[in-house]
Design a protein around this ligand. Structure first.
Ligand code: HEC
Length: 194
């Protein structure tokens, strides 16, 4: 039976066939078909290209870590220069920040607790005077808006607003609300900021 199948020359005799005979199941020594060899070589070729591209070898800066470093550097370049005073190199101008901050202030619920003009009401403090319960730096404001102070009734907004939106709100409050002296301002609370 087995003789019908094409076998390689060294295994034609029954005697030295033992190592290729497993319980009557014979291992033939046919060469692998060319197409399989081609596919095999192609996978080796692909793996080399893949290693070069994906692991960034030899140091071509195309690996994941370098791509991450590059894109975060780009992000930092466009986002690190939000104005704190004169920001002529900033990609977003202070005016734009104030405009978007004003919009957010009116639409994201701040007015419910801080009044239409930030003058304060029974719930929230006046944001137009220069007295602060939690510090008056831009960082303090950003922290208050993102983390809130739930035990005192200030909502944490970090899941509802982006970091940029929170920043523009802080700029709007510091540059537009503070000192605007609206009617019916709530009495100052906290420490005066010099
Ligand atoms: C549910 C009511 C509520 C909402 C909504 C709310 N706030 Fe407040 N906010 C408060 C209260 C109350 C405080 C005072 C917390 C305290 O006692 O320290 C406060 C404090 C602050 C402070 C710090 C003031 C200080 O004197 O330290 C800032 C800044 C502020 N809010 C901004 C905002 C902005 C911007 C929004 C909208 C995105 C907003 N708040 C929405 C209730 C609110």
């Amino acid at each position: 039976m087995a003789n019908k199948i094409n076998k390689t020359t060294e295994n034609t005799s029954e005697e030295n066939n033992h190592s290729d005979d497993f319980d009557g199941i014979k291992e033939l020594h046919n060469p692998a078909p060319n197409w399989i060899i081609l596919v095999f070589l192609a996978t080796i070729g692909f793996s080399l290209l893949y290693a070069v591209r994906y692991f960034g070898f030899p140091d071509n800066k195309k690996d994941q870590a370098s791509e991450y470093a590059q894109s975060s550097a780009e992000f930092d370049k466009t986002h690190s220069q939000l104005p704190q005073g004169g920001g002529s190199t900033a990609t977003v101008s202070q005016e734009e920040l104030i405009t978007s901050g004003a919009q957010l202030f009116a639409t994201k619920g701040c007015i419910a607790c801080h009044g239409l003009k930030g003058e304060g009401n029974a719930v929230g403090p006046n944001l137009t005077d220069n007295f602060w319960l939690n510090g008056c730096s831009q960082e303090n404001l950003i922290h208050m808006i993102s983390e809130g102070k739930p035990e005192k009734g200030m909502t944490p907004f970090k899941t509802m607003l982006t970091q940029d939106e929170i920043k523009s709100l802080s700029v709007f409050i510091l540059k537009k609300l503070v000192g605007s002296n609206p009617p019916n301002g709530k009495a100052p609370q906290g420490v005066e900021c010099k």
